[in-house]
Design a protein around this ligand. Sequence first.
Ligand SMILES: [Zn+2]
Ligand SMILES: [Zn+2]
Length: 444
Amino acid sequence: MALKDLDLPKTQRAIVFPARGQAEVREVDVPRFFDDDGPWNVVLRPLAVGRCPSDTASCEEEFPPGFRLPSATQPVVPGHEQVVEVVGASVAAQRAGIEVGGWYVYDINIGCGEPDCYPCAVQKRPGIDCSKGTLFQGIGAANESWVLRQTGLRHVPGSYVYDPVERRGGIMVGRHTQLLPLDRSRLRGEADLAVLTQADALACAFMAIRGVAKLHAWEEGFRPALFLIGGGGRIAYWLAEAALAERGRDGVDLFLADVDADRLAMTAERLGLPQGNTYLVDPDDPDAFSTAAIRRGLAILEKGRAFNLILDAAGHKYVGAAATNRMFLEKVLDRNGTYITTAHGGIPGVEAGAFETVFANQRFAGALSPHRYIPRAIAYLQANISRYAPHMVITHRELDDSLAQKVRIAGKDPDIGRGANTYIAMWHRDPTWTQRSPDGGTTR
Ligand SMILES: [Zn+2]
Ligand SMILES: [Zn+2]
């Protein structure tokens, strides 16, 4: 059947960011910019959608200058970490192996795919490498012109869409090149779908860990590398998992720092970290990231050693330029170390690295854009799925105002992102999926 002949509802419900700092649930038109002969050639139904700080960042326009967010000209439908079912696929998509009814992780890192783009057309490196600027579907585009040309839209809607009649996920339009297959036989229940939405976040973590692994002397492995992860939330958790997966338990000593005692303890326990590897940060202490304070907080840290890698997943609310500069200058970070931030806009005011990056070998980097490692992340999540589901997932049976409320206040309310909320994922009920996990299913 041609895509244009699909029987789709006219409208659906969606979370919408109508303007900076605002979120609401609205009735919206079902998108119909799919094209049997063009690149936007699959119609998808989200089965599960993860909530991510990047949603909030796009709502608050926290991304760096030059990254165009469309909310000034067009409301945003967010949602960028999803497992989807294929509702319709063009002939070309089906010839490429996409199955109608199949379940996939959908990768939102999209390049133009046009014939005059060398990375897209010749090197087959889509997404972040596109010469015309990447589209992060559901978030925004680095350059709107090709997005507008292909879709007629400045913002390509994401996966926070819901069909209130059928009580399941709504409709989103995508490109078949972004679909990565799941092994459906390995999923035990609905909660496992929510776990697989984490492929995007875990891929970011693999990107960070593998990227620096190539550069470092500690690859020689004569003793464990020392990693300090700032934050005890979801991204910190996946960074730690990726570090353990890549280095092995004998290859890395992981230390966690966070301002929240409960979250710190919970995440350390889930990771199986030894006692004494956590540092409870006092956010009111201006010297919290001095060498002395960190050594006092981490009493088992070997004397004289500095961290090979510092991964900041706490956000610049807690780890601002002053703290970061200090970790460079006071050699909390090793002279050959790397500092990676996951803050969306980087850390304005970081300057201490200038001398060090020339005369020593310190590096400061960002860690977003995960597309190269999404297949690895999917394989890892599927292989380890019994460790995750369903205890770490809170599910929501439908889009409701309380979720919009969560999106709106996430990042401002200290209780959001705490405890079990750290692993929040939204789940769209699929009536055809009735199998339950052994202990009775989802948390809520
Ligand atoms: Zn995300
Ligand atoms: Zn391109």
